[in-house]
Design a protein around this ligand. Structure first.
Ligand SMILES: NC(=O)C1=CN([C@@H]2O[C@H](COP(=O)(O)OP(=O)(O)OC[C@H]3O[C@@H](n4cnc5c(N)ncnc54)[C@H](O)[C@@H]3O)[C@@H](O)[C@H]2O)C=CC1
Ligand SMILES: O=C(O)[C@@H]1CCC=N1
Length: 287
């Protein structure tokens, strides 16, 4: 596993197209549109609805095509692109790839962010010479705070991996992994923001039950999460040590932590991550 971080300055990314701009594609797109990110030409995107495409009207850095009103939208978007990001749902990937296959530029790189779609399934549908790379990003990419696993398919050489690594470094940190680890990346960081949001929901609800109003509860919980995350990030300290700093012997935190640990907190994460990986494996089997 090989981790890299966002570079201060690098060559422009090659011309890029994105098929499907939903939660994940939209987050990547927002990250790519941030000041300082340099791309060779406007990013071509396709949305399903015309209304979604119209939000980009007048933008200089994005050209949008809507597939509901233009049957050629996806093919138009990928023409001229050296880098094509597939941002549709896993079960739509095969149809999308069949649709664009013969419009792809020779030598283009196709990046799929879909959970549970092996690179080989995409490689079987594209012309020879196209490189397929899998990526497993997460939605904080929107703010340049993403964590992405990148795994080459058999068709991708080191240069293709490097280009995709650079793409995702513009929106956060990147781990280059073997494809057999990509489901694990999905379980940890791909889905990870949702676990944190669930924690925030539950903490806010519990705080409200203690008597805080909704706004007070939200502010206390949000600032606690942001502050604790920033403390971890800025000090680089082991979270166990930071936890011990909060946990006075015979104090209040100790009692609460004991409740969480007695409830099997650690084992619960093992089960949740295993369930996540299992779901990726089901998607691989088309279930
Ligand atoms: N949401 C997340 O946090 C993450 C999602 N992923 C992967 O990202 C992919 C997309 O997931 P989401 O963004 O959550 O789904 P989504 O439903 O929000 O986005 C998919 C988008 O594709 C569009 N679309 C569908 N068919 C299209 C077509 N023929 N032409 C153009 N656009 C089309 C839809 O209108 C929608 O906006 C999935 O494969 C998922 O496994 C990966 C990592 C994290
Ligand atoms: O829930 C999903 O299937 C996708 C993959 C990782 C995060 N969201």
């Amino acid at each position: 596993m090989n981790e890299t971080t966002r570079p201060a300055e690098s060559d422009p990314l090659p011309r890029t197209a994105m098929i499907g701009v939903g939660s994940m594609g939209g987050a990547i797109l927002a990250g790519l549109r941030a000041p300082g990110v340099r791309i060779d030409g406007p990013i071509a995107v396709t949305t399903r609805s015309l209304a979604s495409a119209e939000q980009f009207a007048g933008a200089e850095d994005v050209v949008a095509f809507a597939s509901e009103s233009d049957p050629e939208a996806n093919r138009r978007a990928v023409r001229g692109a050296r880098l094509v990001i597939l941002g549709v749902k896993p079960w739509m990937i095969a149809d999308a790839v069949r649709e664009i296959a013969d419009a792809l530029e020779p030598g283009a790189i196709v990046v799929s962010v879909a959970a549970g779609v092996p690179s080989a399934a995409i490689e079987a549908l594209v012309p020879a010479g196209i490189s397929v790379v899998r990526a497993m990003p997460n939605t904080p990419s929107h703010l340049g705070l993403g964590a992405t696993g990148v795994a080459p398919g058999a068709s991708a050489d080191a240069a293709a991996v490097d280009t995709v690594r650079r793409l995702f470094e513009t929106v956060g940190i990147v781990l280059v992994v073997h494809e057999d680890q990509i489901n694990d990346v999905a379980a940890v960081s791909g889905s990870g923001p949702a676990y944190l949001f669930l924690y925030a929901e539950e903490m806010t609800a519990a705080a409200a039950r203690l008597g805080f109003d909704e706004d007070q509860a939200r502010r206390l919980v949000l600032q606690t999460i942001v502050g604790a995350a920033e403390l971890m990030r800025s000090t680089g300290e082991d979270p166990a040590r930071l936890r011990r700093n909060v946990t006075s012997p015979k104090g209040t935190t100790e009692r609460a932590i004991a409740v969480l640990q007695d409830a099997g907190w650690g084992a619960l994460f093992d089960r949740a991550l295993a369930a996540n990986v299992q779901r990726s494996e089901e998607l691989e089997r088309g279930e």
